[in-house]
Design a protein. Structure first.
Length: 320
């Protein structure tokens, strides 16, 4: 028979079991460029649970490895905003340069990288001081950024040059540049850092690069104006947003063939995979919402209303 004391302990333990998964739920931070805001989506409920004001036409998104900070590029404010995910408020605004767009955080949590669309550079920002420590000259109109799992290499899509550069983050210098399709924009690395997938907006295809030698090993045709990419299901499927026909192409990464075309909202742009590795979130610019795709059955299972002009360009999932 349970005494009142034992009953209290039992209820406390049950409450902890029930609450803990909810506290650890991943959240998607979706930049809404026309609203000057970021929508916070609770992936368990499938609903927007908060909206954070971010001025300067927010576009790119990156999340610290511990999930405590979200960095949002603000082109009109010439830098980026720092969001504290516990407070869900902007705690700092960092001035970088006039064309801030693509943004990424190193997996070791030490650096933030910001691509300057106009000045053809990547700024390196220390995460503790939030000061620019280096500026690296790259190709014309750098956009998408990706950092290798070991934080050693930074990859940059140079849109106007039709190329991707590999930067040594110890030397802070470009070590190799490879030609890809026309107007590369979004980048995705596999979990081992061996393959880089490049969405080429103008040539309507995806270039696959072997990162060790920086050599293009395949080109996969997709649909109209591919913008960004994301991997799911243990890197077995690549999802590509096609801006001009409101769809997402699905590529089998073993055969490197398109296996499906999924209708989503109007003008899909940013795309990211939930940490569960199954559900893929797509920001639809013209519809101001997010489509959620089940990577197993390749169907849209939910559409979530966000703010006006949703872009979410980058890695936008956080555990807080």
């Amino acid at each position: 028979m349970l005494t009142p004391k034992h009953l209290t302990v039992a209820i406390g333990l049950l409450t902890a079991v029930l609450v803990t998964p909810l506290a650890a739920a991943p959240f998607a931070y979706i930049s809404n460029q026309l609203d000057d805001s970021v929508s916070v989506i609770d992936t368990l409920s499938g609903k927007v649970v908060d909206t954070i004001a971010v001025h300067g036409k927010p576009a790119g998104v990156a999340v610290s490895p511990d999930g405590g900070k979200v960095y949002v590029s603000t082109p009109e404010a010439k830098g980026f905003a720092v969001i504290d995910t516990k407070q869900r408020t902007v705690i700092a605004k960092v001035h970088v340069s006039e064309g801030s767009l693509g943004i990424a955080v190193s997996p070791d949590g030490r650096r933030i990288y910001v691509a300057d669309w106009y000045n053809n550079t990547v700024s390196v920002v220390d995460t503790d001081s939030l000061k620019v420590t280096d500026t690296i000259v790259v190709g014309q109109s750098p956009s998408g950024l990706m950092v290798s799992p070991n934080s050693r290499w930074l990859y940059v899509a140079n849109r106007i040059d039709n190329s991707v550069s590999k930067i040594d983050t110890q030397k802070m210098a470009v070590v190799k540049t490879v030609q890809v399709g026309e107007h590369p924009f979004g980048l995705t690395l596999d979990t081992r850092g061996d393959r880089l997938y490049v969405a080429n907006v103008k040539s309507d295809d995806v270039t696959v690069i072997e990162t060790a030698v920086m050599k293009a090993i395949a080109t996969v045709k997709v649909n109209m104006l591919p913008y960004a990419t994301a991997l799911a299901l243990n890197d077995s499927r690549l999802f590509v947003t096609n801006q001009d026909d409101g769809s997402v192409s699905v590529i089998d990464t073993e055969t490197l063939k398109e296996i499906a075309l999924i209708p989503v909202g109007d003008k899909p742009e940013g795309i990211g995979t939930n940490p569960d590795d199954r559900y893929v979130y797509v920001a639809n610019w013209f519809d101001s919402n997010v489509s959620v795709i089940d990577a197993r059955n390749l169907k849209v299972i939910n559409t979530i209303k966000t703010g006006e002009g949703s872009r979410a360009f980058g890695q936008f999932f956080s555990t807080q």
